[in-house]
Design a protein around this ligand. Structure first.
Ligand code: SAH
Ligand code: SF4
Length: 392
């Protein structure tokens, strides 16, 4: 249905087990690793890192043999000690709206999805996964039904960016217009439960040489891991998005069970203290629109009251259904009314247009299941989306 399946592109070499992938190392880590491996002398390390970095992050090479300005013997040591390969792309789908989704197999049974959404952010946003599965069980989220398999490493997070750039043809890094301009940690998993790896990946992505996407165009979305919010700000200086979804603890306890540990007042206190917040650098509150659950006019009012004084924008996300859920998406009219109220109160309140629904790439639909779902179930789900929203 509207999606194209293209597995003709050859899969790039899978990461050999055991060899650390250089793509996931920050400059400092790479310097230490190259010296320790005996690949470079300490006094030459900085220069060598500059060269290797350029090949990996500017040119996207997956083969040490292409690093032509590095001596053959050095390349041989690098090749013995490290890897550069990409994990396998087991499925690639393109939505009729241009959204692309890759199902990536990092290791047997360790699979996650990455989604590129054109026309979001400055040019296009890549929605990356930070974990396979999730330990939190938000009741409206499909990923939440899959137990945590494991955290992704920094190299595996970088691999998602690299695979997108392979597919978009963005090697070397384009000097002018580019398609991939923003990164959002809104795929599978809770990034603040994998903060060290996520922070390393952000440092690599934001480096001036290479992917070079500035921290202001990188967004961390959290369900509210309060104790990690200050550290996330200090380590990443990324933009913050909070999955709020409710205005009372009673309802949020139910939708986002983590709220029982870190209630709304504590969460908002941590948000207010997030470094660098200003009207030019607002925090985003995500609010999924659930029919009859959190979408009343009274709740729109309560939301405005709750966020008073915080430089914020509110992203209304029409609920994306999945098989087995009891929730439904609010009616379009209700969503627009909700948005109008918030807007009139002075907050930007974009309604997030569901993207890539025909390929199950929309928010909260990600699960490694896409490849396993029986055809009959997929068709049933697509029918459900058409019935509910007049589109798929
Ligand atoms: N774990 C992080 C980031 C990944 S989820 C977090 O919860 O913030 C990215 C966003 O998609 C979150 O705001 C999440 O609440 C939302 N989401 C999850 N399931 C959804 C669904 N079925 N429909 C719409 N949005 C959903
Ligand atoms: Fe995990 Fe985020 Fe889904 Fe909640 S919404 S289950 S935190 S991925």
């Amino acid at each position: 249905m509207g999606a194209t399946l293209d597995l003709k592109r050859p899969a790039l070499a899978a990461t050999p087990p055991g060899l650390p992938n250089l793509s996931g190392l920050t400059r400092d880590q790479m310097r230490a690793a190259l010296v320790e491996a005996g690949a470079v002398a300490p006094d030459k390390a900085r220069m060598r890192v500059n060269q290797v970095w350029r090949w990996i992050h500017n040119f996207g090479v997956t083969d040490f043999g292409r690093m032509t300005d590095i001596a053959k013997e050095t390349r041989a040591v690098l090749e013995r000690t490290f890897s550069l390969g990409r994990p396998e792309v087991v499925e690639r789908r393109v939505s009729r709206d241009g959204t692309r989704k890759w199902l990536i197999r990092f290791a047997p049974g360790v699979e996650a999805e990455t989604v590129f959404i054109p026309g979001v952010g400055r040019a296009g946003a890549l929605c990356v996964s930070s974990q396979v599965g999730c330990t939190l069980n938000c009741t409206f989220c499909h990923t939440g039904t899959q137990p945590l398999v494991r955290n992704l490493t920094a190299a595996e997070i970088m691999a998602q960016v690299q695979i997108a750039r392979d597919d978009l043809g963005e090697w070397p890094s384009p000097a002018g217009e580019r398609q991939l301009s923003n990164i959002v940690f809104m795929g599978m998993g809770e990034p603040l439960y994998n903060l060290d790896n996520v922070a390393d990946a952000i440092e690599i992505i934001a480096d001036n040489e290479g992917t070079a996407i500035s921290r202001r165009r990188i967004t961390l979305s959290t369900s509210g891991v309060v104790p990690e919010i200050p550290r996330a700000g200090a380590l990443t200086q990324a933009m913050l998005a909070i999955s709020l979804h409710a205005t009372t603890d009673a309802l949020r306890d139910e939708l986002v069970p983590l709220n029982r540990r870190y209630p709304i007042a504590e969460l908002l206190a941590a948000v207010r203290a997030y470094p660098g917040l200003s009207n030019a650098r607002r925090v985003t509150f995500e609010y999924v629109m659930l029919k009859g659950i959190n979408d009343s006019a009274a709740e729109a009012k309560a939301l405005v009251r709750l966020l008073q004084g915080i430089p914020a924008k509110i992203n209304l996300i029409p609920f994306n259904p999945w098989l087995g859920t009891n929730y439904q998406c609010s009616d379009w009219e209700t969503i627009e009314k909700f948005a109008d109220y918030i807007n009139n109160a002075g907050y930007a309140s974009p309604i997030r247009t569901p993207r890539g629904r025909d390929i199950l790439a929309a928010c909260g639909q990600l699960k490694s299941e896409s490849e396993r779902m029986r055809k009959v179930d997929r068709l049933a789900l697509e029918a459900m989306m058409i019935a509910g929203h007049g589109e798929a």
